[in-house]
Design a protein around this ligand. Structure first.
Ligand code: ADP
Length: 497
């Protein structure tokens, strides 16, 4: 069974860190939302209750005052004291009218002085509810606030209070105060708080249960990538990740990861191939060197076994040994040349006027003396940047091959410029190269069938050397041949700027 990861280890995992972060954020947001919603609901409740009180006042006071004023005896003008007494009586009666089962009513005069208090019928022992006198004066002067909160009684209870200026005529005659206990509102708000709390807890629990699943699902490709990367590190370069069909960051990472894995795979493939080639090269080279060595050892054995050796046998053996050692020396020289150019070292180049240089080189070879008549068509004015000694080796190898494999046939040498490149071309009118050999003749140690038969055949390195030299000059070498129609070799080189 898999051991359960410790809490610390879990927290180190991205999935759990994201989960915790998400939950913390969600909690803060829910808290802010809850608190905000609570205060808005509270304000709405207070205002709507205050509106109810204000409407109650309007409904009662308008008809009551109109009735009272209509009842006022008009005939006899009242004295100031009598008028004040009457107003006071009207106000006290109004307070009685305004109070109801829930509403307590009080009246204050225009100076903020207490006139009367009428408790609600449901709570007759409610103590008088009073604001600061300045609140009454301010309400008369500037108009009352939407509502006031007043604390009264023992134990203290809170009352939602509304003030209304009593003004049946031109001047205000007092101020009416309607109060209602906030117990009902508090109960509603408490219920609201509970709902918000329980709702938030349910949301948090759901988030706690679901978010690791959702985040885990989103992070699955990353886990897969880690597993794949480990497999690649362990040597399985063919491993790739399944790229999610989304174009998000993880999808892009998957694509980039696979590209990197393909790059690594390719790099290792190239290395493996190059190692294979190197192994093959060492094996071939050892094989080629062993042949003359075995031959020399054979002659030595034969001579050593004889008590006396006559002069002609000795000379024949020494001649053969000299030939073998010369062959070995040539082979070692060829191998050195090949490794020099294949190591990618840039040759020591300088500008060369191709026509005069090729003429000199061919003159030195004395091809007709070797039995190969030659023709030349050398275009002037072509300059290449090349290492003349290395390039000479290319011409020698091509010429010697034509001498060897097309004995007595004419060699047509030409140099020209085409397609922004310079070319050295030789065509011999020999037997040509069999189609089966054609793709391989530039390989190291590859010899055509005829060359294999002949004891005079080369080591199979001549064309490989020619190719490595031309390629080291950023050029290419090509062959065209049809059996019976001779062979054409062309070395293409970049023109000097
Ligand atoms: P080698 O040492 O055998 O000459 P090269 O690499 O120079 O090796 O040539 C590879 C093979 O290509 C030869 O063995 C031969 O079969 C073939 N070849 C090269 N040049 C010619 C040519 N001018 N005509 C016919 N065959 C040729």
């Amino acid at each position: 069974m898999k051991p359960r990861p410790s809490l610390l280890a879990r927290f180190r995992s991205l999935r759990w860190r994201l989960t915790f972060l998400y939950l913390a954020l969600l909690s803060v947001l829910l808290l802010l939302l809850g608190v905000g919603q609570y205060f808005v609901a509270r304000e709405v409740l207070f205002r709507s209750n205050a509106d109810v009180l204000a409407n109650d006042y309007k409904a009662v006071a308008t008809t009551f005052l109109r009735a009272q004023l209509a009842a006022r005896p008009r005939a006899l003008p009242l004295t100031a004291a009598a008028s004040a007494t009457r107003t006071r009586q009207v106000l006290i009666a109004l307070a009685r009218e305004l109070s109801s089962r829930q509403i307590s009513a009080a009246i204050y005069d225009v100076d903020g002085a207490y006139v009367t208090f009428q408790p609600s019928s449901l709570a007759p022992d409610t103590p008088a509810i009073a604001l600061a006198p300045s609140d009454y004066v301010a309400a008369i002067r500037r108009g009352p606030r939407p509502y006031y909160m007043v604390s009264a009684g023992d134990p203290p209870a809170t009352y939602l209070t509304v003030l209304r200026v009593i003004q049946p005529g031109a001047r205000p005659i007092g101020i009416a105060q309607l109060s209602v206990s906030t117990a009902d509102i508090d109960r509603t708000l408490a219920l609201d708080r509970e709902f918000a709390l329980i709702g938030s807890l349910i949301v948090l629990l759901l988030a706690l249960g679901l978010s690791p699943l959702i985040i885990g699902r989103a992070l699955k490709p990353l886990e897969h990538m880690a597993v794949t990367a480990n497999a690649i590190a362990a040597g399985d370069y063919t491993q790739r990740v399944a790229v999610p069909p989304t174009h998000d960051e993880i999808g892009q990472l998957g694509v980039a990861f696979n590209q990197m894995a393909a790059g690594v795979d390719q790099a290792f493939e190239v290395r493996r191939q190059s190692e294979d080639r190197m192994r093959q090269f060492v094996a071939d080279a050892s094989h080629e060197l062993r042949t003359p060595l075995t031959s020399i050892a054979g002659y030595i054995d034969v001579l050593a076994r004889r008590d006396s050796v006559d002069a002609s046998t000795l000379h024949a053996a020494l001649d053969a040994m000299r030939r073998e050692s010369a062959r070995m020396t040539r082979l070692v020289g060829d191998l050195l040349t090949l490794t020099r150019f294949e190591s990618g070292r840039v040759p020591a180049v300088r500008p060369i006027a191709l026509d005069s240089w090729l003429k000199e080189t061919l003159d030195e070879l004395h091809l007709p003396d070797q039995g190969s008549p030659e023709r030349r068509a050398l275009q002037g004015g072509i300059v290449v940047k090349a290492d003349p000694d290395a390039l000479k080796q290319v011409v020698i190898n091509l010429a010697q091959n034509a001498v060897k494999y097309a004995p007595g046939a004419e060699q047509d040498w030409s140099c020209f410029a085409a397609d922004g490149r310079a070319a050295i071309r030789v065509h011999d009118a020999g037997p040509g190269i069999p189609a089966a050999d054609l793709p391989h003749i530039f390989e190291r140690f590859y010899r055509g069938e005829k060359a294999r038969d002949r004891s005079t055949g080369g080591s199979g390195l001549g064309l490989a050397i020619a190719r490595s030299i031309v390629e080291a000059h950023s050029g290419v070498i090509q062959v065209e041949s049809r059996p019976g129609e001779g062979a054409t070799f062309t070395a293409w080189l970049p023109l000097a700027a």
